[in-house]
Design a protein around this ligand. Structure first.
Ligand SMILES: CC(=O)N[C@H]1[C@@H](OP(=O)(O)OP(=O)(O)OC[C@H]2O[C@@H](n3ccc(=O)[nH]c3=O)[C@H](O)[C@@H]2O)O[C@H](CO)[C@@H](O)[C@@H]1O
Ligand SMILES: C=C(OP(=O)(O)O)C(=O)O
Length: 431
């Protein structure tokens, strides 16, 4: 079984560069389907398992994809007639595959996509995506594990109020509306930086999107979109994960390519704990020398505290002092990592949607399994400071969202290695 093995106790120092954002590149690659003239060139694409998956989805829809991982670039030619079906094989691997539904529906007048179903962090329905398509005139039906949307002629602009500011629903409706007839207003829209990146991309293709980053987005439909060149924004969650890596080891790390304006909630929470954060010419510098203080955190849609940083901050809070409460309001089941932290002697208990932590915990290395993508990173972070050896398995979660996470940590001074299923553990040598 593949695993990452960490020997705790090293302080991290040096510089690390963050990649393009997973949560920006997936919607942008899906939206590239909207172009019927010319080719899209997407730059700063991270080499992630999820990127390979979305490329396969796009290929299955009759596009030509040229992926150059060494150049961090994907070329998409979507000028031929698209096929209308996104299969279960892809949607089950990666929920973001649902984001092809808006573009396919807008172009073909019909889209058939496998139902994503629940996953480890919650049930994750798509009712708000479908409500948007319906408001634009599409007829929705379900059968054999698939959802279908169909419209006679063009989608019609509409006013859509989202019951929750869903990132995916905002993105799917935005792309569908880009080729609709008339104006679409999305109210209570998600405001994440990745929404702004997608809106910029649609506009670069010739679209007319205004207000992205606020809670009302206005999309004036156009009849045709064309290929363009687009750079993906830096990954604020990868940046945040390295911020925690620096702080948890009481290190001194500069994070290059981070955008502080995308991380205000995280920066202020870490500062409240006592982490020193400063902006310099070469990046965001994170230092933690003093004792850290426990705080209360509540996850919220952007600009609130991101749910995708919840488990990493839980790892950090195991090393701070005092009582802290972490409340998860975005996903109903995103505490699967708590049991794994407990294996490492983490002192915490779940009460409803909150985890109450009495810190510091005397962390001990243990065998643990990643339960989702961010939990994978968080367990590795805890391993950096645990006494002894931590072995983390189920690494396919990690590979969905982090490029060379172990290598980047090793370059900062961590005692960490990844071993493949066929390799024998070099533990004796390693210890
Ligand atoms: C690829 C990508 O960008 N993934 C991110 C995206 O996921 P994703 O787009 O799936 O997350 P959403 O913002 O849609 O989900 C937020 C909440 O809304 C609920 N909901 C969502 C849609 C819907 O139709 N009905 C509904 O009730 C969900 O169950 C969840 O409780 O935003 C999440 C919230 O910041 C992040 O954790 C994910 O990393
Ligand atoms: C939950 C996440 O991603 P996804 O929506 O792709 O599952 C994440 O990035 O932490």
């Amino acid at each position: 079984m593949e695993k990452i093995i960490i020997k705790g106790g090293q302080t991290l120092n040096g510089k690390v560069r963050v990649e393009g954002a997973k949560n920006a590149v997936l919607p942008v690659l899906a939206a590239s389907l909207l172009a019927t003239k010319g080719i899209n060139v997407i730059k700063d694409v991270p080499t992630l398992a999820d990127v390979l998956t979305i490329n396969e989805v796009l290929r299955s829809l009759n596009t030509t994809i040229t992926y150059s991982p060494e150049k961090n670039e994907v070329l998409i030619d979507s000028q031929d007639k698209l096929s209308s079906e996104a299969q279960f094989e892809f949607v089950s691997k990666m929920r973001a595959s649902i984001l092809v539904m808006g573009p396919i529906l807008a172009r073909n007048g019909f889209a058939r996509v496998a139902l994503p179903g629940g996953c480890a962090i919650g049930s994750r329905p798509i009712d708000q995506h479908l409500k948007g398509f319906e408001a634009m005139g599409a007829k929705i039906s379900f059968g054999h594990g698939y959802v279908e949307a169909e419209i006679d002629g063009r989608l019609q602009g509409a006013k859509i109020y989202l019951d929750v500011p869903s990132v995916g629903a905002t993105e799917n409706i935005m792309t569908a509306a880009a080729l609709a007839e008339g104006v679409t207003l999305i109210e209570n829209a998600a405001k994440e930086p990745e929404i702004v990146d997608l809106a910029n991309f649609i506009n670069e293709m010739g679209g007319k999107v205004k207000g992205a980053g606020t809670d009302t987005i206005r999309i004036e439909g156009v009849t045709e979109l064309h290929g363009t060149e687009h750079h993906i924004i830096p990954d604020r969650i990868e940046a945040g994960t390295f911020m925690v890596a620096a702080a948890i080891t009481r290190g001194d790390v500069i994070i290059e390519n981070a955008v502080p304006e995308h991380m205000t909630a995280l920066i202020s929470k870490m500062q409240e704990m006592g982490v020193e954060i400063s902006e310099g010419e070469d990046g965001l510098r994170i230092r933690a020398t003093n004792q850290l203080k426990s705080v209360d955190i509540k996850t919220m849609p952007h600009p609130g505290f991101p749910t995708d940083m919840q488990s990493q901050m839980m790892a950090l809070m195991m090393t701070s002092h005092g009582t802290g409460i972490i409340t998860e309001t975005v996903f109903e089941n995103r505490f699967m990592h708590v049991e794994e932290f407990r294996r490492m002697n983490g002192n915490m208990k779940i009460e409803g949607r909150s985890v109450i932590m009495e810190s510091p915990s005397e962390l001990q290395g243990a065998e643990v399994a990643a339960t989702d993508l961010r939990a994978a990173a968080a367990l590795i972070l805890a391993g950096l400071v645990a006494e002894g050896i931590t072995r983390v398995t189920e690494l396919f979660h990690l590979d969905r969202g982090y490029v060379d996470f172990d290598k980047k940590l090793a370059a900062l001074g961590a005692d960490i290695e990844r071993i493949g299923s066929e390799e024998s553990e070099k533990v004796v040598q390693f210890v």
